[in-house]
Design a protein around this ligand. Sequence first.
Ligand SMILES: CC(C)(COP(=O)(O)OP(=O)(O)OC[C@H]1O[C@@H](n2cnc3c(N)ncnc32)[C@H](O)[C@@H]1OP(=O)(O)O)[C@@H](O)C(=O)NCCC(=O)NCCS
Length: 141
Amino acid sequence: MTQLVLPNDTNILNNLLGGTLMHWIDLVGAMVANRHCRTPIVTASMERINFLNPIPLGHLVLLKAKIQYAGKSSMEVGVEVYSEDTLTGEQSRASNAILTYVAVDLKGNPVPVPKLILSTEEEKASYNEAIKRKQERLARS
Ligand SMILES: CC(C)(COP(=O)(O)OP(=O)(O)OC[C@H]1O[C@@H](n2cnc3c(N)ncnc32)[C@H](O)[C@@H]1OP(=O)(O)O)[C@@H](O)C(=O)NCCC(=O)NCCS
């Protein structure tokens, strides 16, 4: 997903508002989760978000999201955010986040999602890390 930082999206330093970026992160994550399960989904958690560098007015914001884990009804999505200078094309890392979505029916009750097919070692590693995060979250609650 690509967005352009317009004046209405910025703080008094002329950089993208954190809340606006969080909204875009949630949207791109939700689109990816929905494409996996093709049911309504809700955001269950935004577990980790890092703002690494400010994104100035007039830059493009490139948001790349992928599913890292699918459980019974939940899906963990990782989002990487890059900032692109429209005049030079130079890109830099701006933010990253991990979110969990839950597939639901029209009454909001969780429903099963398809399993993930893991093809690469990288996919297997991020799946296992997501399981660890889920276990840690369940141990905390
Ligand atoms: C998310 C929600 C559907 C979970 O419902 P629930 O009755 O607690 O369901 P369960 O306890 O059976 O959990 C269902 C799944 O959600 C996961 N889950 C529940 N709460 C979670 C949380 N805070 N963070 C991450 N995952 C969570 C569970 O681990 C479980 O995963 P699994 O099925 O893959 O094993 C419910 O809490 C809800 O509707 N929350 C509000 C969502 C919302 O309004 N979001 C903002 C607007 S989109």
